[in-house]
Design a protein around this ligand. Sequence first.
Ligand SMILES: Cc1ncc(COP(=O)(O)O)c(C=O)c1O
Length: 396
Amino acid sequence: MMNQAYAQMLSPVLDWVLQARANGRYTFEPPFESGAGARARLGGREVLMLSTGNYLGLADHPEIRQAMRAALDEFGASSCGARINNGTTTLHRQLEARLAEWTGKESAIAFSSGYLANLGTISALCDADTVIVTDQFNHMSILDGCRLAEGTVKIFTHNSIDKLQFVLQRNADARKLFVVVDGVYSMDGELAPLDQIHKLAEQYGALLMVDEAHGIGVLGARGAGAAEHFGVPVDIVMGSFSKSLAGIGGFVAGTTALVEYIRHFSHAYTFNASLPPVVVAGVLKALELMERESWRIAKLWRNTLRFRSGLIELGFDVMGSVTPVVPILIGDDEILLDMAKDLLDGGVYLAAAIPPAVPKGKSRFRANATASLEDEDIDRALDLLGRAAKRYGLLR
Ligand SMILES: Cc1ncc(COP(=O)(O)O)c(C=O)c1O
C-alpha cells in the first residue's frame, strides 16, 4: 500500500500524463525511428526537425560514423569503468588534450555528460568558504550543482549587470567568489553580457565559469563559444558534446591545477563510468570537421536569420533571441500542446516547453534552425506555424 503522502505527490502527474495521452496531446519523448538529421522518421512518416541540438548537422556525418566504427572495432562497446580506474583510454587522453588546445586552456577534463560537468565542477570547487553567484535563468545542471555545493548561493536577476555588481559588492569579503553563467541561455536564446560580467569578476577577484553548451559550434570565429565571441578569457569553460559536437558527454577546461583538483575531488567524475571510446572518437572527429567544414557555422546563421525574421514577420514573439535558439512564445500550456500536435500532424517537429522548464505563463516552442535545413524547409515550417497560430487566435 502506498503511503498517502506519496500518492498525493505522484497521482496528479500521472493523471495529467494519462489525460494528455488520451487526448493525443502528449508530444514529449516521441519515439523517432531515425537519427537527428533535418528530416527524421516519426510514426512511419518524415518530419522536419526544428528542435534539435544538432546545430551543425554533424550527427549523421559519414566521417563521424566511420571514426566511431573504427573505435568500436578497436575498443569495443564500453570501458566498463570509471576514469580513475580502468575507464581511461588513449582516446580520452587525446580528446582532453585537443579540448585544452582548442579552448586555449592548460588542461581539460571530460565528463560523461554536460549535466555532470556542471554538477561535478561546481560541487567540487565551491566549498563552505565560497559564495556562488549565479544567474536566475542558468541551466538546471548549474542550479543542481549549486544545490549540491557547500557554498552559499546568491542568485542575481537574469542578465542584470547592476544586480550582479550589487551581489558581488555585498559579498566582497567572501574568501572565494565564484560566478557562473550560461554563455547562451538555452530556453531564451539570449547571450550573457560576458564582456561586462568578466570585468566585474576581475574587479572582485571572482572565478568565472561559463557554460558554452549552446555556444560551441555557434559563436566565435572558431565556433568556440560566447567567450570567443566577446573576446574575453574566462577562467572555466564548460561545454557539452551533445549539441553541435553530435555526441554525448561534456567537459571543463581551465588551469592544470583546477582540472587536476576536479579530477580527484569531483564525485560526478570519479564515481561515474567513463564515456564509451566510440563516443570519444566521434567527438574528436566532430571537432576536426567543425574546423574543416566551417561553412556549416555560416549556414547555421543564415538559416537562423531566415527562420527568426520569418517568425517576427508573422507576428510571433521570439523573446529577444539573438542566437540559433529561437523561443516562440505561446503562453498558454494547453494551446501550446495542441499546436505542437497539429504541427506534428503537418510534418514539423517542434519541442514544447512548459513549466517547470520555463516560468509559468511563458510556455513556448523551443525551436532552432540547423545547418542541415534548406530555405524551402524553413519556409514550410513558417507557413505551418503561421496557419496553426491563426487557428488558435494567436495571430491575425
Ligand atoms: C545550457 C546547458 N548546459 C548544460 C546542459 C547539459 O548538457 P548535456 O546534454 O550534455 O548533459 C544543457 C543541455 O540541455 C544545456 O542546455
